[in-house]
Design a protein around this ligand. Structure first.
Ligand code: CP3
Length: 348
């Protein structure tokens, strides 16, 4: 019994220790978008329930969140939800249509619409996320830490203006560049809502919080400083008591600033080498990444070699092994497992 408890707390400690920059025997490993997508048991639930049924039902969300812990052996769980629950909480309908991705039928077209948005009681509006976190936490029973998350204000803004996914988000950029003051007011409303939301997630059981700036890389470095960075910083600084990971895809140029934004760790995509990322973020920053997600489609021996090389390059300390972006739905489970197992065997 005692031994069980010790083992539990030791295992649990790895990801948190690496985040705090403490010495570890090997890096912890998890994969962005690990809950769902490529797991056969998830696809069974997907055939039975709509996307938001899965998200809004705490028992289903818990089951999906815990799947990769049981089946792939990752060192952290990330709650099954979506970044687009924030537009929903702000009063914007979001539908997820199979094969089409997200759709927002009503989009932001004017400054008046922005000024009419009321900041919601987000813990109440999104209570099912907090319920799912609490149930997941209980179900995990200390096996691994639990990650909560939200989208960055800029990335959420992109969807609220564009109304759907896009390669260029040109409607969103046109709005931002022609109405920068109104854009700043909306980004502030999203940031304030997100701060309350992330704090509620931590109170409900999230040990770590990650902010996804998936579309930051669509901005030039100068525009990133106007439309994304200040809001990421505002959020990171408003949450001093829970570790925050900032993941800004395509924003290597911003790593020196992101390293000073008040975050605990920075996510790195695969367009940056580990050496470049270390040089840009500075020696004290904890980094997370950056395996090319499509490299999980390589033959398994190749995956193992490349995963090992990745740790060689980042080093075992102040490092969390992960992909450079979300796992692709077509990745075979044994390939994902080979990646995770290689990190777990590193150095032994
Ligand atoms: O590990 C996890 O998957 C946890 C849950 C999670 C989802 N979305 C579930 C989901 C997380 C962390 C997200 C984040 C998210 N959602 C981001 C940021 C991360 C990234 O990938 O850049 C973004 C941009 C979204 C918005 C979104 N949600 C899109 C563009 C899509 C459609 C395409 C896709 O990514 O699959 C979604 C739908 C979505 N969110 C699915 C899942 C599992 C797929 C739909 C389904 O399985 O029914």
């Amino acid at each position: 019994m005692m031994k069980d408890l010790v083992l539990k707390s030791t295992h649990n400690a790895l990801f948190m220790r690496a985040l705090r920059g403490e010495e570890v025997d090997r890096p912890p490993v998890w994969m962005m978008r690990q809950a769902g997508r490529y797991l056969p048991d998830y696809l069974k639930l997907k055939a039975k329930y709509s996307f938001f049924e899965r998200v809004e039902n705490p028992a289903l969300a818990t089951e999906i969140t815990v799947m990769p812990v049981d089946q792939v052996g990752v060192d952290a769980a990330i709650i099954f939800s979506d970044i687009l629950v924030i537009p929903q909480a702000l009063g914007f309908e979001v539908s997820m249509n199979p094969g089409e991705g997200p759709r927002l039928p009503q989009t932001i077209r004017s400054a008046e619409q922005i000024d009419a948005i009321q900041i919601p009681d987000v813990a109440d509006r999104l209570h099912y996320v907090m319920d799912a976190l609490a149930l997941t936490k209980k179900t995990l029973d200390g096996r691994v830490p639990l990650i909560g998350f939200a989208g960055s204000p800029w990335t959420i803004f992109c969807y609220m203006v564009e109304g759907r996914g896009s390669k260029t988000f040109s409607k969103a950029k046109a709005f931002a560049f022609s109405q920068p003051e109104a854009t700043a007011r909306l980004l502030d409303k999203i940031a304030d809502t997100t701060i309350t939301y992330l704090k509620a997630q931590a109170a409900a059981g999230a040990d770590v919080l990650q902010l996804f700036d998936s579309w930051g890389g669509l901005l030039s470095p100068a525009d990133y400083r106007i439309f994304s960075f200040p809001y990421m910083q505002k959020i990171a600084q408003a949450i001093p008591d829970t570790p925050v990971i900032l993941y800004a895809k395509g924003c290597a140029y911003a790593l020196p600033e992101l390293a000073r934004a008040g975050a605990t760790a920075l996510g790195i995509d695969w367009h940056t080498t580990p050496e470049q990322a270390r040089a840009l973020a500075g020696p004290d920053m904890v980094l997370q990444g950056n395996f090319d997600p499509s490299r999980l489609l390589s033959p398994i021996p190749e995956i193992k070699r490349m995963a090992k090389e990745m740790v060689d390059a980042f080093g075992t300390q102040r490092y969390i092994a992960n992909l450079g972006h979300g796992i692709l739905p077509e990745v075979p489970v044994d390939h994902a497992k080979a990646f995770v197992d290689t990190i777990k065997a590193y150095g032994s």
